[in-house]
Ligand binder design. Structure first.
Ligand code: ADP
Length: 366
């Protein structure tokens, strides 16, 4: 296990494109870190700089406190799993797993023990004689993971390893990778654009956008305490609703409803933002239904139902609050009729406010 330090890391590609800006992060021994963000935000570039596959343009990178900028990939004690499995098609699963160790000149009986053990961890015991083409996508991905974990490494890097799998296989592999991490204890950095993977697997998540870190925190932190609109909208599915409004005398108007924000924010905070454009945020799953749940200490709104999507365990309701579109998540048994009117309530404790201009979260208490 290793701990990693990234200090002021930047990547400027030879064509002048500045892909990663001032990336600062301490990664603890054995931590499972996920880099998440939309395509092109610099996740892979950062991972490849950590792997030693891409040089660091500016900044310092340390492994266990020792500067490692100039170390080659092999000297860093890392193993990497890519999106494409990169298996050898003409070799059996056994040989694919054994390959790296054979190259290192490891004794055959040691190799045999390790291959058998790794196959067992990954449920590949019955497939050791097969060639990759005779395996499902999920099994191939397991071989790729197996090849990385068979060598005892301190740092395990994964770049979108599940993106070629179907939805069901992804869910299975997600928990398997978490399990493997628990067993090997290797410090792991995992890159994905999928917020669900990030939320379910990470000890801590690094949210990136346009080459900049937006926020670093536990899944719980990011969900309940997003520091800006990007993080609030990226984490959570369906995303947080935002309603734009101008703050006047501590109040905002959402369609015909006047919302008195003094119920959720300190007076000094509201005074500071007097006349400012703000975004009023609430999560689809935070709402309550009058007549069914306690709606005291909440803002009550009415809307019209445009579309409902039954997901099984819940229903997404697409609504129009007099011109403002939002998504509400309700129990499937409470699914409203399309085109009907609907009342809902947003509990005070579930309200988030953002400065529309800077997109930063407004702290409600001074
Ligand atoms: P992500 O992994 O988040 O999808 P990448 O790290 O792959 O993003 O890419 C970040 C940005 O850097 C993108 O805009 C991409 O086009 C750019 N980029 C990646 N590789 C190169 C390269 N070799 N030369 C120039 N720009 C690159």
């Amino acid at each position: 296990m290793s701990y990693l330090t990234l200090r002021g890391i930047n990547k400027i590609y030879p064509n002048g494109f500045h892909a990663v800006h001032d990336f600062n992060l301490e990664i603890e021994k054995g931590e499972f870190i996920v880099f998440v963000g939309s395509s092109g935000c610099g996740k892979s570039t950062t991972l490849r700089m950590i792997a030693g596959l891409e040089n660091i343009s500016k900044g310092d990178f340390f492994i266990d406190g020792v500067r490692a900028n100039e170390k080659g990939p092999r000297e860093r004690g890392v193993a990497m799993v890519f999106q494409s499995y990169a298996l050898y098609p003409h070799m059996s699963v056994y040989d694919n797993l054994a390959f790296g160790l054979t190259l290192q000149g490891v004794d055959e009986d040691v190799i045999d023990r390790k291959v058998t053990n790794t196959a067992k961890i990954l449920g590949l015991t019955d497939y050791l004689d097969r060639k990759p083409r005779a395996l499902s996508g999920g099994q191939r991905q397991r071989v790729a993971v197996g090849r990385a974990i068979i060598r005892k490494v301190d740092i395990f890097l994964m770049d979108e390893p599940l993106s070629n799998l179907d939805a069901k296989q992804r869910v299975t592999m997600r928990s398997e990778i978490t399990q493997i991490h628990r067993e090997t204890g290797a410090t792991t950095i995992y890159v994905t654009h999928d917020q669900t993977e990030a939320m379910t697997m990470a000890d801590r998540i690094v949210v990136m956008k346009d080459g900049y870190i937006q926020q670093v925190g536990t899944p719980h932190d990011l969900y309940f305490n997003p520091s800006n609109m990007f993080v609030a909208g990226f984490i959570g599915e369906p995303p947080m609703n935002f309603i734009d409004a101008k703050l006047k005398h501590g109040k905002i108007k959402i369609s015909n409803n006047e919302i008195d924000l003094s119920a959720v924010a300190d007076r000094s905070v509201l005074e500071k933002y007097e006349n400012a454009e703000i975004a009023f945020g609430f999560r689809p799953e935070a709402i309550r239904l009058p007549g069914k749940e306690d709606v005291s200490k909440s803002y009550q709104l009415s809307c019209s139902v445009e579309l409902t999507e039954l997901l099984g365990d819940s229903t997404n309701v697409y609504v129009d609050i007099n011109g403002v579109k939002s998504i509400l998540k309700v129990d499937p048994h409470d699914t409203p009729e399309m085109d009907s009117k609907m009342e809902f309530a947003i509990p005070f404790e579930s309200v988030y406010l953002f400065d529309r201009q800077s997109e930063r979260r407004i702290r409600l208490k001074a």
